[in-house]
Design a protein around this ligand. Structure first.
Ligand SMILES: *[C@@H]1O[C@H](CO)[C@@H](O)[C@H](O)[C@H]1NC(C)=O
Length: 348
């Protein structure tokens, strides 16, 4: 659905081993490459939305281009707004993900930049592709909850307006994305019930400009079983059902957010003004390239399976590599070339 996307998110914070002073030995040994084990866990159904997996049934998917722009100028500039209370470790984890998207991020295959390569196959009517490069242009921390600890679809635009003024952020019409991330104590209209994140554009009457933006919340305290799935599973499964998977960076809330952020960025870039790439006849509830593959992370997914993903020697689940030795579990996206959901860890 257009501004309404559902995804999942959750995680604890990663203990970041960065080689700052004092440590007698550099951290080189952490690149100890262990062959990951492939797993294909069956999990209980998610509680949020009906399955939107269309894998292997491309005639049911009517993804069409509606003549609007995509984010083709390079690089795409992300203006990050940290709303509420964030730890340095949480910020670093999310920034490591964002900077893993560009092709110059050194990460072994399957990688985040290979995943974004699929998004870059979308073009506009001039034949320009979605940019392959993304940078964090500027950050702003709103630790004082300037618009309260409950936000709505409209007040989120005030958060952006305040940040544009205070940071100050440039008004970047050409290739800017304003990404608002709310901490786990911030509630949001429809969060957990209908959405885990959404993207849209701001209104001139609220912000002064039309700027594409996305919001993603940390669901760690509020609804990890909904928005940080599969790192948390619904309570009604009790002791009988399969358990949750271990998050790759040990932060259920933030590891879960990563896949939601990925989903929103993919859709925002291919449908920034909600008039480019989407399926369905209703532009107020479009099904976009992330929605089509929600809950799918690997080959053979569907019907309660997330698909073939990897697990490291500590049993943490992931499906792609990022910068700085990071691992992430990120949902697949719809490939316009394959007319199917695709990801870098595909086995076929
Ligand atoms: C741009 O997209 C087209 C169509 O999907 C694809 O064939 C081409 O390889 C893409 N170009 C680049 C530079 O990624």
């Amino acid at each position: 659905m257009s501004p309404i996307y559902s995804l999942f998110s959750v995680l604890l914070f990663p203990i970041l081993v960065s080689g700052d002073g004092g440590s007698p030995k550099p951290q080189v040994q952490t690149l100890n490459i262990q062959r990951p084990e492939y797993i294909n866990p069956k999990l209980p159904p998610r509680t949020l939305s009906p399955s939107k997996k269309f894998e292997g049934s491309s005639n049911l998917v009517d993804l069409r281009y509606h003549m609007g722009p995509v984010l083709s100028s390079s690089p795409i500039n992300i203006y990050l707004i940290w709303y509420g209370r964030w730890t340095p470790a949480q910020k670093l984890l999310i920034k490591d993900f964002l900077t893993s998207i560009s092709p110059d991020a050194a990460a072994p295959s399957p990688s985040v930049s290979e995943w974004w390569r699929i998004v870059s196959l979308y073009t506009d009517q001039t034949g320009a592709n979605v940019s392959r490069s993304i940078v964090i242009a500027k950050e702003y921390t709103d630790a004082r909850y300037s618009h309260g600890s409950h936000l709505t679809r409209l007040s989120i635009q005030q958060v952006i307006a305040s940040s544009v003024k205070s940071a100050p952020f440039p008004v970047d019409h050409k290739n800017g994305i304003y990404l608002v991330l709310t901490s786990q104590d911030v509630t949001m209209q429809d969060f957990c019930r209908a959405v885990c994140g959404f993207h849209y554009f701001t209104f001139p009457s609220m912000v002064g400009y039309t700027l594409p933006y996305a919001w993603v919340g940390n669901s760690g305290k509020q609804c990890p079983e909904v928005c940080a799935y599969p790192f948390a599973v619904p309570g009604y499964m009790g002791g009988g059902g399969p358990g949750a998977l271990l998050p790759p960076n040990r932060d259920v809330g933030v590891d879960g957010m990563i896949s939601v952020i990925a989903h929103e960025l993919a859709e925002l870039s291919s449908n920034p003004l909600v008039n480019a790439w989407y399926a369905g006849e209703d532009p107020t509830a479009p099904t976009e390239i992330g929605d089509l593959c929600e809950g799918l992370y690997g080959t053979g997914g569907g019907g309660g399976y997330i698909g073939q993903v990897m697990s490291d020697k500590k049993g943490r689940t992931f499906n792609m590599n990022g910068k700085n030795g990071r691992k992430f579990l990120v949902q697949w996206v719809w490939s316009p070339a394959l007319k199917a959901c695709a990801g870098p860890n595909a086995l076929d």
